[in-house]
Ligand binder design. Structure first.
Ligand code: SAM
Ligand code: SF4
Length: 378
C-alpha cells in the first residue's frame, strides 16, 4: 500500500492578523457548520480514488481549527476514518491559537486520535503581539500550554516569527529561551514575509511601520539556529527545529514530494503525478460538491523534468539535503549528470556543500536559497 498525507483546511479565525495572507476569514461563524458538511461530502467523493493508499498523517490546518467547537473536529475525523484506511496513522496535528483551547476541547482531540498540537505563539512580547494583530497575550499562551500538557499531549509545536515590526534581538532571544525552558518538542521559526494583500504590507509601504534591517533579520535567524542547536534541537528544515524523534511527519511528506490530498477551500493536492488545487471561495466549492464533482479549480501534470526540479528544491529545504543515491533510485539518473554546471558553480560560490553522498546548503546558501532555486527550474 502507498502512503498518503491528508490536509484539511479550516478557513475560519477569530480575527485577521495584520501579516496573514492565508485563506482564512473572521466573522463567518454562521458558515462553519455548513462548511464542515461540505468537507465531509468532499471526503466521500475521494473514497474510490484513495483505496490503494494508507493514510500516514493528517494535518488539520487553517485558519484556526481550534476556534471550532470540538464536536466539529470530532465529526471531521470520524468521517475521515470512515472513508479512508486509517489503520496505520502515525501523526494527527491540529493547529491552535492560544486562548481558543479548553480542557474539554483538548480531551476530545485526544479521544479522536489527535496526537500533535501546533500552537501559533509568534512571540511572547505582548506589545509585539498587539502590533501584528494577534488576539491573544503571552499569558494566554502559558495557560494554553499548561492545559495541553495536563491533558497529556507529548508532541507540541510552537510557531514563532522573527523580523517583526519593532522586534529586537532580545525579544527573539527571550521567546526562544522560554520555549527551550518549557521543553517544547518542535519549533517552527519563520521569517516574516510581507504578503501583498495584507494590512502590514500597506502600512509598510505608507511608512507607518519599520522592520528590522536585513542584517539584523539574518542575525535573528542565525543566532536562533545556534541557540536552538546548542540546546538539544535539531535544525532539520530551513525554518524547523525538533527534539530527537519529533520531526513533523506530515510536512516531511511535502518536502520529500510524496503523495498528499488536501480537503477544503484552497487546499492543494499531489497525487498520481498531478498537482491540483481547490477553489478558494465557498460558492464554487459548494456548487461542485452539490453536483458530486471534485471542486478543483486547476491542475497540472508533473512531467519528469518538473518532478526532478521540485524534488531538488523541496529536498534542499531539508538541512541534511539531497541524498545522491536516493535521487538515482527515484529518477534513474545521476544528479551530477543533470546539473553538472549548476552544482559546480554553487559549490565554488560557497552556497552548496557537496560530498560523495549528499548535496546541501551551506549556512550562507540558506540565506541565498532563492538564487539557487531559480537555476534548478526547467
Ligand atoms: C496557517 S498559519 C496559522 C495557524 C494559526 N491560525 C495561528 O495563527 O497560530 C501557520 C503559521 O504561519 C506563520 N505565518 C503566517 N503568515 C506569515 C507571514 N506572512 N510570514 C511569516 N510567517 C507567517 C505563523 O507563524 C503562523 O502561526
Ligand atoms: S495567522 Fe492564524 S490566526 Fe492569524 S489570521 Fe492567519 S490563520 Fe488566522
Amino acid at each position: 500500500m502507498k502512503e498518503l498525507g491528508i490536509y484539511i483546511h479550516i478557513p475560519f479565525c477569530k480575527s485577521k492578523c495584520h501579516y496573514c495572507d492565508f485563506v482564512s476569514f473572521p466573522r463567518l461563524d454562521n458558515r462553519i457548520h455548513e462548511y464542515i458538511d461540505y468537507l465531509i461530502k468532499e471526503m466521500e467523493l475521494y473514497r474510490g480514488l484513495l483505496e490503494e493508499y494508507q493514510v500516514k498523517t493528517i494535518f488539520i490546518g487553517g485558519g484556526t481549527p481550534s476556534y471550532l467547537e470540538e464536536k466539529l473536529i470530532y465529526k471531521i475525523l470520524y468521517h475521515a476514518y470512515k472513508q479512508f484506511d486509517g489503520e496505520n496513522i502515525e501523526e494527527i496535528t491540529i493547529e491552535a491559537n492560544p486562548g481558543t483551547l479548553s480542557r474539554q476541547k483538548l480531551k476530545t482531540y485526544k479521544d479522536i486520535g489527535i496526537n500533535r498540537i501546533s500552537l501559533g505563539v509568534q512571540s511572547l512580547n505582548d506589545n509585539l503581539l498587539k502590533g501584528i494583530g494577534r488576539c491573544h497575550t503571552s499569558k494566554d499562551f502559558y495557560n494554553s500550554y499548561e492545559l495541553i500538557r495536563n491533558v497529556g499531549f507529548n508532541n507540541i509545536n510552537v510557531d514563532l516569527m522573527f523580523g517583526l515590526p519593532n522586534q529586537t534581538m532580545e525579544d527573539c532571544k527571550g521567546t526562544l529561551e522560554e520555549m527551550v525552558r518549557l521543553n517544547v518538542e518542535h519549533i517552527s521559526y519563520y521569517s516574516l514575509i510581507l504578503e501583498e494583500n495584507t494590512k502590514m504590507n500597506k502600512w509598510y509601504k505608507e511608512g507607518k511601520i519599520r522592520l528590522p534591517n536585513e542584517d539584523i533579520e539574518r542575525e535573528m535567524y542565525h543566532r536562533g539556529i545556534k541557540y536552538l542547536e546548542g540546546n538539544g534541537y535539531k535544525h532539520y528544515e530551513i525554518s524547523n527545529f525538533s527534539k530527537e524523534g519529533f520531526q513533523c511527519k506530515h510536512n516531511l511528506i511535502y518536502w520529500r514530494i510524496k503523495p498528499y490530498v488536501g480537503f477544503g477551500i484552497a487546499a492543494h493536492s499531489n497525487l498520481n503525478k498531478k498537482r491540483f488545487w481547490n477553489y478558494n471561495n465557498f460558492n464554487n466549492y459548494y456548487h461542485d460538491l452539490d453536483k458530486k464533482i471534485f471542486p478543483i479549480e486547476g491542475e497540472e501534470d508533473i512531467d519528469k523534468q518538473m518532478e526532478i526540479a521540485e524534488y531538488l528544491i523541496m529536498g534542499l529545504r531539508l538541512i541534511e539535503g539531497i541524498n545522491k543515491k536516493d535521487f538515482f533510485n527515484r529518477f534513474n539518473i545521476k544528479v551530477e549528470d543533470l546539473y553538472e554546471d549548476e552544482l559546480k558553480k554553487y559549490k565554488e560560490q560557497g552556497l552548496l556543500h557537496i560530498d560523495d553522498e549528499w548535496i546541501r546548503f551551506t549556512p550562507r546558501g540558506l540565506d541565498l536559497s532563492n538564487i539557487v532555486y531559480v537555476d534548478l527550474l526547467p
